[in-house]
Design a protein around this ligand. Sequence first.
Ligand code: 5AD
Ligand code: SF4
Length: 453
Amino acid sequence: MQIHDSPTPSVFKGADLGQGRGVYISTYGCQMNVNDTERMYSLLEMSNFAPVKTPEEADLIIVNACSIREKPVHKVYSEVGRYKKLREKNPRLKIGVGGCVGQQEKENLIKNQPLIDFVFGTDNIDSLPNLVSQVFSGPGKVIQTKFEHRAPYHVETLVRNPGVSTFVNIAKGCDNFCTFCIVPYTRGREKSRPMSHVVMDVRNLVKRGVKEVTLLGQNVNSYNSEDGADFADLLKKVATDTEIERIRYTTSHPKDFNEKLMHVMADHQDKICEYVHLPFQSGNSEILKRMNRGYTRELYIEKINQMKKIIPNLVLSTDIIVGFPGETEDAFQDTVSLATELEFETIFAFMYSPRPFTKAAQFTDQVEEPVKNERLNRLFEAHEKMAFELVKKYQDRTLNVLVESINEQGKAQGRSTQNKLVYFMGSSDLIGKTVPVRITQAFPSVFRGELQQ
Ligand code: 5AD
Ligand code: SF4
């Protein structure tokens, strides 16, 4: 078996590398992964591959898999295993694995599953057309997982049909090394795009009909552009120097969320949504220290209170991990109290899962699975009770909803500036418009309402 870790060639656009072959990409994971898949499709389409809707129609299948939680590698093996029959029917079919799982597992994937023809990492997406053409032209297996540590991060946003709302990457990688997290290993060192490139991207998207952008990075508020701008500067620039109607961003880190950013949000509320996702992970300072998060429970509370003072009508959500090594029942109760007292309208909570390469996976005081499970359920229960009460304030209020889609029965779907999913009856000419909707039913995760004329 010939395996080579070739250097990453430059982006290759426009050549007929694909010869019209069908490509199908299966994606699981975060918004970053969804965005990467869109980039892969765009690059492959430029090289004359034809995106198809099912694996059955494809000559090229790529599994783009996230490895942040659970057992993603097993998922990849079982998915690829299911393609055995397709390979028998179509011997020309090539199968590749990318994303964080590709970065993490490298040649192991090919050794353990011979159906896999190529593996590529998170920093090698731009050379995908060349890599795939190499795969189609030779019998060998191809692996490309080198990080481009020194190369600047200069990539334009590539989306085929951007729709009403789209993502714009502003930074990649992470240098925080939270002890539970695999991202610094799978996405590499943190790098920011120049501010002028981001602004240009947003302007181009506006020309294509986009109304809302979500600025995306593992830790957006440590954004540090080569022209000296920080995240608050970038946000302000996008708000003032482009015609975009709405701006969101994710994800923030509490230690880097400064007052300057709060003021930019408050000063530009006509465009920047008043919604902030600020993961606290644990409500117990001892656990936070072992997580290497860089703040205490008290500092987090202080920051939220300051944000509430500066940003009018602030809406909050957070990420939480339960059952981190060493978490006692008391420490868990600290998490429950923080999740319910700080008025998070939405929480994303997960059981701790030991990840390869990370420090916490080596900690000897791991919490047993049934305990984690039971704590997760209790946390959701406590939060839901609070959230049901909290969202009652939206009842009968009129929210500005940006309409994203409408189904055949005339049911429109959109989001309010508070990031609430709102359903109401409407017509297809409303897509892309921001309309007033009176809320008739408010549940923690979805609202129903009536269009106001
Ligand atoms: N186990 C459980 N949850 C994790 N997250 C990150 N790493 C792990 C892990 N090892 C969660 C964090 C993070 C979110 C994206 O995923 O809460 O904010
Ligand atoms: Fe992972 Fe921490 Fe970086 Fe977030 S800040 S991506 S949790 S290491």
